[in-house]
Design a protein. Structure first.
Length: 219
């Protein structure tokens, strides 16, 4: 069984698109009918996110942590208890490709770090800032980007690495560093595709949105 892990904090505007994409990926014929369970960890949500999750054939876990690392850790524990062999992580403001799971598993690694593509640039993100972004971002095999929106790990390697730590940001980076220390094989690939938001009002301080905001203020 495969698990898809999605932390969410007040994501009513983007969550439905995220869930539809995840469920399409879960039904890909190349998975050969293997069961896929989708879990949304609703962290301190005060909007309609919980109601949206309840309207889809997915699991919902409500917590009051306001901490993405803790949300991912609790979600991973839930999925491992369900018996998953592989955990695929994405974010509630992102949309995975239909072959996302297939592409991760085909890399035959202990963990997969994928790239992200910005779906639509925020109006506040200038053309010059977009150019700076594309100059630095590596859409290629062997890149070194780490995104919680496009990360996969086997259950065995996750346990060996000690799992996500309750960090307010960079919990994905911490896990990958621990995987490297444990000698896990990591595929750095652009093949698993994910579209993500370029909003500058990020839910997690220090995350991708803050990186974009800092980039937009350069020069």
């Amino acid at each position: 069984m495969i698990g898809i892990l999605i932390p969410a904090h007040n994501e009513e505007d983007l969550l439905e698109d995220c869930l539809r994409a995840a469920l399409r990926a879960a039904q890909h014929e190349a998975l050969g009918g293997e069961a896929v369970e989708v879990l949304v960890v609703l962290d301190s949500c005060t909007d309609r996110s919980s109601a949206i999750v309840g309207s889809y054939p997915v699991h919902g876990l409500e917590i009051q942590a306001r901490n993405v690392g803790q949300a991912r850790a609790l979600g991973a524990h839930f999925l491992l208890d369900r018996g998953v062999r592989w955990i695929s992580c994405t974010d509630a403001d992102s949309r995975v490709a239909q072959d996302w799971l297939v592409a991760q598993l085909a890399l035959d690694a202990d963990a997969v770090c994928g790239t992200v593509t910005v779906a639509q640039w925020d109006a506040a993100f200038s053309e010059s800032a977009q150019i700076r972004y594309h100059q630095h971002y590596q859409y290629r095999e062997g890149h070194r980007h780490i995104h919680g929106a496009n990360l996969g790990v086997s259950a065995e390697a996750y346990r060996r690495a000690g799992g996500f730590e309750p960090l307010a940001c960079d919990e994905d980076v911490q896990l990958v560093r621990q995987l490297e220390r444990c000698g896990a094989t990591i595929a750095w690939s652009q093949r698993p595709q994910v579209l993500t938001s370029a909003r500058l009002d990020s839910r997690a301080r220090g995350g991708f949105g803050d990186y974009l905001r800092d980039l937009s203020q350069v020069g």
